[in-house]
Ligand binder design. Structure first.
Ligand code: FE2
Ligand code: FE2
Length: 233
């Protein structure tokens, strides 16, 4: 009886499912709809939340495209002079390719348009990967260090924002839909993998790149600018 009562109480809680395909819907089980066994009512996302998710998915896809292209360009020169790095370069590339596929799928599912800067980022990322690899293994690793420092922070900011949403929902007694919970878990996993790349770069002498400060500052500045632009257009 107690379990049944708890289950009935749970059914009356609103269920938020932020990433339902557009038109974006938040499923809310109301007392009336639950008792009538009808389809749950739905509410739209707030404009601000929709905008945040659109921007987040768009910029993440652009960032992962750039990461794949950087590793694709870096790998041949780096492993030619340092063959022992082949498994590491392959591992990092494969993880980035997995991230890219994931955001491609999310963009298609939620009908978010890619950034209009897509062709520009393709060229810039390839040039960055190729240029740093030609400067040597340390410079290639300094590129990863710089990029992953910015990207790790970027994913952390998104996770923090989404966790604030979840806390607010829980405080209002609302249930969190599986897609939103999955998104938070996915962003956390990807952030951890980016930070793992950062550790690999540091462990492979990224700090010995010359000139390390200048190189990483320029790349980090470029990343921040690309993120801001991709969020908007
Ligand atoms: Fe990635
Ligand atoms: Fe990465």
């Amino acid at each position: 009886m107690a379990a049944l009562a708890a289950s009935r109480r749970r059914c009356r809680l609103p269920l938020y499912d932020f990433l339902a395909p557009r038109p974006a819907r938040i499923w809310v089980r109301t007392a009336a709809s639950a008792s009538a066994q009808s389809e749950p009512a739905s509410l739209p996302l707030t404009e601000e939340q929709r905008h945040f998710l659109d921007s987040a998915l768009r910029v993440n896809q652009a960032g992962e495209l750039a990461a794949v292209l950087i590793y694709q360009a870096q790998t041949p020169p780096v492993i030619r002079s340092h063959p022992h790095l082949r498994p590491l370069m392959q591992h990092m590339h494969d993880q980035e390719a997995g991230h890219f596929r994931l955001f491609n799928d999310l963009l298609a599912k939620h009908r978010v348009r890619p950034t209009v800067m897509y062709p520009v980022w393709r060229l810039a990322a390839t040039a960055l990967g190729w240029g740093t690899a030609l400067m040597g293994r340390e410079a290639a690793m300094a590129c990863t260090e710089a990029v992953e420092t910015e990207i790790g922070t970027h994913y952390n900011d998104q996770v923090r924002e989404l966790l604030a949403w979840l806390r607010a929902m829980e405080a209002r007694g609302e249930r969190i839909g599986p897609e939103l919970a999955d998104l938070v878990a996915t962003l956390r996993r990807i952030r951890d993998e980016e930070l793992e790349h950062l550790d690999h770069a540091l462990g492979n002498d990224s700090k010995h790149a010359r000139p390390h400060e200048l190189l990483t500052s320029v790349i980090r500045g470029g990343c921040r600018a690309a993120i801001r632009i991709s969020e908007r257009i």
